[in-house]
Write a protein of this length. Structure first.
Length: 157
C-alpha cells in the first residue's frame, strides 16, 4: 500500500499535531518523509507570537539537524522572548533587497509582522502578540532555526 499526502491533508495533520502534546512524530511514504520534533522546555517565558496557519514544526528530515538548538543566553525577567513556532529559515525582510520588518530599537505593536519563517517552501509571517520595544534580534537573516529557538527579545510596553 502506497501512502500519498496532498497539501490539504498535510495541513490538517499539522493542525492536529499542533494542538496535541506530541513531541516527536514520523510519517514515511514512498516519496516523502515527514519528521516533527518539538522541544517544549519548562516554558519559563513563552513565545509571544501569532503564527500563520501553517505554523507548526514540520520539515523534511534533511532539514532536521541532529544537534539541539543553540543554548539561549541568560534571560532578563523584564523582556519577553519571541521564539520560532516551527523549524524553518528566518528572514528579516519580505524579499531580498527590501527593508527589514523591524530593527533593534523599533517599537512593535500586536499583529505587526516581525519576520518570515520559510518552511517547506511556504512563507509564514510571524506576528507579534505583544507591543513593546525590540531590544535584541538574535538570528541572522537566512539562518535555519529550530522550534522554540529565541528569535528576538522585546521589552513590553
Amino acid at each position: 500500500m502506497t501512502m500519498q499526502l496532498d497539501h490539504e491533508q498535510l495541513h490538517r495533520l499539522l493542525e492536529v499535531l499542533g494542538e496535541s502534546d506530541i513531541q516527536e512524530f514520523r510519517l514515511e511514504g514512498d516519496d516523502f518523509r515527514l519528521e516533527i520534533r518539538r522541544n517544549l522546555p519548562g516554558q519559563a517565558v513563552m513565545a509571544p507570537v501569532m503564527p500563520s496557519p501553517a505554523a507548526v514544526a514540520a520539515a523534511p528530515a534533511a532539514a532536521t539537524p541532529a544537534s539541539p538548538p543553540p543554548a539561549a543566553t541568560a534571560t532578563r525577567s523584564d523582556l519577553l522572548e519571541i521564539t520560532a513556532p516551527m523549524v524553518g529559515t528566518f528572514y528579516r525582510a519580505p524579499a531580498p533587497g527590501e527593508a527589514p520588518f523591524i530593527e533593534v530599537g523599533n517599537r512593535i505593536d500586536v499583529g505587526q509582522t516581525v519576520c518570515i519563517l520559510e518552511a517547506m517552501k511556504l512563507m509564514n509571517e510571524l506576528e507579534a502578540e505583544v507591543s513593546g520595544d525590540v531590544v535584541e534580534i538574535l538570528v541572522d537573516n537566512g539562518t535555519p532555526v529550530e522550534f522554540g529557538q529565541v528569535l528576538m527579545r522585546v521589552r513590553p510596553a
